[in-house]
Unconditional design. Structure first.
Length: 337
């Protein structure tokens, strides 16, 4: 295949990934919509004739077969059937997310092969956006089983869909050669670390937002039905957010404060130059360091810690969007002129 063929395949793969992300999001929406009327309880054990097992830890909790023992036989059967239907929608959503992630990765790889000469696929704002969205999906799928994160699926798929749509509609530029400053193996090291950390911080921010929503609902004593009722307990959401941020922070430290300065010395002859991108990367690092320090030493939990994490995410997004699009420093690589 020629570079033009790879570039065309990349565009088609990104478009296909967007469609599948949309289908995955709709499947997760259906999962929660059909589950609104179900009381919160234990998972329904799979019957012998059921093609899909229903483990309690895989997603939201649903009523047990015993919970419907006092109902009429047909009512209990209806409850079990609805619970199984909701479980199937959730599993279909995860399967579609895996397919979308594979298409997303294929589009990212072939984007680099579509340049002449071939290169890594993150040389402009469009490619940064596609790579960053893939990082979010990859982190979610990697942690899905360990932390039973299916309740986050609708937000992850929606986020990736929106980012890809905006990238295609507003940021797209044809594949081309790298600018001289980016022609370094440090581009691979620095950006891969930044993408991993960004994915972790994004998942952590989603968990922090949902913590605030869940904690508020419990304080107000809202009914135990619907999406919010089937989220993990606030303490579990807070713990998940902390663990994901704790994973992302050392990776960001390496990307922003080690690999970045080394590459800057290689490209521009200095380790630090107070460039806007460098400054905001450091600000992001300081905010997340404050979050982890407060959790570890001051015993911060709950709302205060979640708000600090969201401030950190806001600085991360400004660094990625604001500086790339509107900044005028040495890191202006948007490719949009």
């Amino acid at each position: 295949m020629s570079p033009a063929d790879f570039a065309s395949f990349s565009n088609n793969a990104v478009a296909a990934a967007s469609v599948v992300y949309g289908l995955a999001m709709l499947s997760h929406v259906a999962e929660w919509a059909f589950g609104r009327s179900l009381p919160v309880g234990e998972a329904v054990p799979a019957r012998a004739a059921d093609p899909v097992a229903v483990p309690a830890a895989a997603g939201p909790s649903y009523p047990s077969a015993e919970a419907g023992a006092d109902e009429a036989a047909d009512g209990g059967e209806d409850l079990a059937t609805r619970s199984l239907r909701v479980e199937v929608f959730g599993r279909v959503g995860v399967a579609l997310t895996v397919v979308a992630g594979a298409l997303h990765l294929a589009g990212l790889v072939t984007r680099g092969l579509g340049a002449d000469p071939a290169r890594v696929p993150w040389g402009n704002m469009y490619e940064f956006a596609v790579a960053g969205a893939f990082g979010v999906t990859a982190i979610y799928l990697a942690l899905l089983r360990k932390y039973s994160l299916r309740w986050l699926g609708v937000f992850v798929t929606g986020f990736s869909l929106v980012v890809l749509m905006l990238a295609v509609l507003l940021l797209y530029v044809p594949a081309g050669p790298l600018v001289p400053a980016l022609q370094s193996y440090w581009l691979v090291i620095h950006v891969v670390a930044a993408v991993i950390a960004t994915g972790a911080f994004t998942v952590g921010a989603m968990a922090s937002v949902l913590y605030l929503v869940k904690a508020r609902a419990e304080r107000r004593g809202e009914a135990a039905t619907g999406y919010v009722a089937r989220l993990p307990k606030p303490a579990a959401l807070d713990r998940i957010a902390y663990r994901v941020h704790a994973f992302g922070f050392p990776v960001w430290t390496f990307a922003a404060l080690i690999a970045g300065p080394i590459w800057a010395e290689y490209a521009w002859g200095r380790y630090w130059g107070w460039d806007p991108k460098e400054v905001w990367a450091f600000i992001t690092w300081v905010v997340y360091a404050a979050y982890l320090h407060a959790r570890a030493t001051a015993g911060w939990r709950g709302k205060g810690a979640a708000l600090i994490a969201l401030v950190g995410f806001a600085t991360l997004m400004f660094n990625f969007v604001g500086i790339n699009l509107f900044g005028s420093g040495l890191h202006s690589y948007s490719g949009l002129g």
